[in-house]
Design a protein around this ligand. Structure first.
Ligand code: SAM
Length: 231
């Protein structure tokens, strides 16, 4: 339950960040927006406001704009995988203002990394990291880079995506993951929020991944995959 103080802050934030949007949304989305704002307030961070591509200066529509993963969806997904405490390394490709990075750091990952293309969002994530109150994992790195050009660390094992890009960028990142596994064989888990949108349509994922399970989210599918052993 939210406290009176949290509710006051919530109303102020809805007024500032989301009132116009809330009026246009269905009750399910309003619930998600309210939950997001309350969870942000509890952590002392600000990850909720969406940022459109014009505001980010994105001209290439392959790179998608900023919308944060719903807190509940993230929790449901992360609880559905086995985390090897002190071993697994989490990476969010297109980490935005840092919500999944900060949430992952509440679990016993050895390391947590976020890679973000927009300097504006990267700076917001760095600020959120400084403010965040709940981290269990203290080794958190935020990288300002194009995910397609970023060298995947050989110990990265839990790879998170919330529909960050499509087309050549997505293909390049998938090639990089396959090359990384070939160079440093290991078991990886991919958590993909909105896998139905581009990933499952554009990538021959079944050649190298096995779907462990999936579940519906508000406007699509969350899917969890593991890599097939290399031949
Ligand atoms: C749908 S948002 C997801 C944000 C965050 N992962 C979350 O779940 O809260 C997609 C993010 O991917 C970022 N992005 C788009 N293209 C990118 C690229 N080529 N490299 C890195 N980040 C990118 C966007 O700036 C945006 O922050």
């Amino acid at each position: 339950m939210a406290t009176l103080r949290e509710l006051n802050i919530l109303f102020e934030r809805v007024r500032r960040e989301g009132a116009g949007k809330a009026l246009r949304l269905t009750s399910g989305h309003v619930g998600s927006l309210a939950r997001s704002l309350i969870e942000d307030i509890r952590r002392g961070v600000s990850t909720t406001r969406e940022v459109r591509d014009e505001e980010l200066g994105f001209r290439d529509r392959q790179n998608h704009a900023y919308v944060a993963t719903d807190y509940e969806i993230f929790r449901k997904a992360i609880r559905s995988i086995d985390i090897r405490a002190g071993e697994d390394v989490f990476v969010d490709f297109g980490s935005g203002k840092g919500r999944p990075v900060l949430l992952a750091a509440e679990y016993p990952f050895r390391r947590v990394i976020g890679v973000e293309y927009s300097k504006q969002l990267h700076d917001a994530a760095c600020q959120n990291l400084r403010l965040s109150k709940r981290l269990v994992c203290q080794d958190v790195e935020l990288v300002h880079a194009d995910a397609g050009e970023w060298a995947i660390p050989p110990d990265a094992t839990v790879l998170f995506f919330f529909n960050p890009f499509e087309g050549q960028v997505l293909a390049k990142v998938c090639d990089n993951i396959r090359a990384s596994i070939a160079a440093a064989p290991r078991r990886i888990t991919i958590i993909y929020v909105r896998a139905d949108k581009f990933f499952e349509r554009e990538i021959d994922w079944a050649e190298w991944l096995v779907k462990a399970h999936d579940f519906p989210c508000s406007d699509g599918l969350v899917a969890i995959y593991h890599n097939r052993p290399l031949a």
